[in-house]
Ligand binder design. Structure first.
Ligand code: FA5
Length: 345
């Protein structure tokens, strides 16, 4: 067995694999140089008939050439596959516009709450909150609605099964219970707003929903420091900034057990500026909520000494503000779950 021939097979094979240009020709070359019937395999099989000296010389040489050819075959395969790929079909246009993933966004009520909070924090107010599930004490009792008092009928209530509990629990009908909760842990002077979800067990229509939002305000200082004038001024500043135009405020005498005096709170119509239009039913004013000077009994319920402090409070309907700002005709749209409505914001 000539060692020259083995070296020659190696050289021939390397050249052949290097010039292979298709997978088919590669397969043929593999059979020819590395297959069971190839010359190299024949030499390997014949090793057993050689003398020990020849074996020592030929064996490693044949194995080495096989390894070199196997590597040449593998790299030729990789090259052929790369060369035969349809690069044009695989071209990626990096300048093509992307496909946008659908993105969620804030609910209009959440946006309005953020906007209200921004304006009031700018006026030096703090934002407070309280639980949606409230006790009879905070929602009514401490706000000077005595048990069985007819004023409780003003707010239709969702009561919670409270058997075995210390008192009756309910879904809060207004944000006013947070007045008490806040005062229990803070000492005047302070000014807060409380945006939050509220619930009423009443039949719904274009301006009434069972689940809606209010935002409360409570400003308390030493006796004589906080007046109805402040209430009017702060509210006017807020509404003018919120609606982006001068808004006037009107207070009409009204009754809420937790304020004295109490007011129904109107703003000048933001559509006609007060001249009268269909939105304000021709009167030039739109009712937005209740307000008043905090009842001394409420201060007492929160643990303050009677007569020491004075303050104002209001509770406005948030959806009503949003309806005016975005000209939404029906308050039920906010909770209706119709995405066509929500996506407009
Ligand atoms: C109250 O809830 C008092 N807590 C407000 C208050 C606070 C008075 C502090 C004095 C001092 P009233 O029930 O009027 O008041 O509700 C206030 C506002 O909430 C209404 O003017 C209206 O804008 C809104 N509102 C009330 N019920 C509904 C409802 N079912 N759907 C939508 N908005 C409502």
């Amino acid at each position: 067995m000539s060692t020259e021939r083995i070296v020659e097979i190696g050289e021939e094979g390397k050249k052949a694999f290097a010039s292979a240009d298709s997978e088919e020709s590669l397969r043929e070359l593999e059979v020819r140089f590395l297959g069971r019937k190839s010359e190299l395999t024949g030499i390997l099989k014949g090793l057993k008939d050689l003398s020990p000296d020849e074996k020592r010389e030929v064996g490693p040489l044949v194995q080495g050439v096989r390894t070199v050819l196997a590597e040449a075959s593998a790299s030729a395969k990789e090259r052929v596959q790369r060369e035969s790929r349809d690069w044009e079909a695989e071209r990626i246009d990096v300048t093509a516009p992307g496909m946008a993933d659908p993105l969620g966004h804030l609910h209009p009520v959440t946006s309005i709450i953020n906007e209200v909070e921004d304006i009031f924090t700018g006026l030096g107010f703090e934002v407070a909150d309280g639980p949606d599930l409230e006790s009879d004490f905070y929602n009514f009792e401490a706000l000077n609605f005595p048990a069985d008092h007819p004023a409780r009928d003003m707010q239709d209530t969702f009561f919670i099964e409270s058997d075995g509990l210390d008192q009756r629990y309910l879904l809060r009908t207004h944000t006013s219970p947070v007045q008490i909760r806040y005062m229990e842990t803070h000492t005047p002077p302070f000014r807060i707003i409380v945006p939050g979800r509220t619930f009423r067990n009443e039949s719904t229509d274009a301006t009434h929903e069972h689940t809606f939002h209010q935002f409360e305000s409570l400003v308390v200082g030493e006796r004589g420091d906080v007046t109805v004038g402040h209430l009017k001024y702060v509210a006017e500043s807020f509404f003018s900034e919120f609606f982006g135009r001068a808004v006037t405020v009107r207070l009409r005498p009204s009754y809420f057990p937790f304020v004295e005096p109490g007011f129904e709170f109107d703003i000048s119509c933001v559509f006609c500026g007060g001249d009268g239009c269909p939105s304000c039913k021709g009167v030039g004013w739109i009712e937005i909520g209740g307000a008043g000077m905090v009842q001394q009994k409420v201060f007492e319920a929160a643990g303050y000494p009677r007569g020491k402090y004075q303050g104002f409070a209001w509770g406005f309907g948030l959806e009503r503000l949003a309806m005016m700002k975005y000209r939404i005709p029906d308050t039920r749209s906010f909770m209706g779950g119709d995405l066509r409505f929500i996506r407009q914001f």
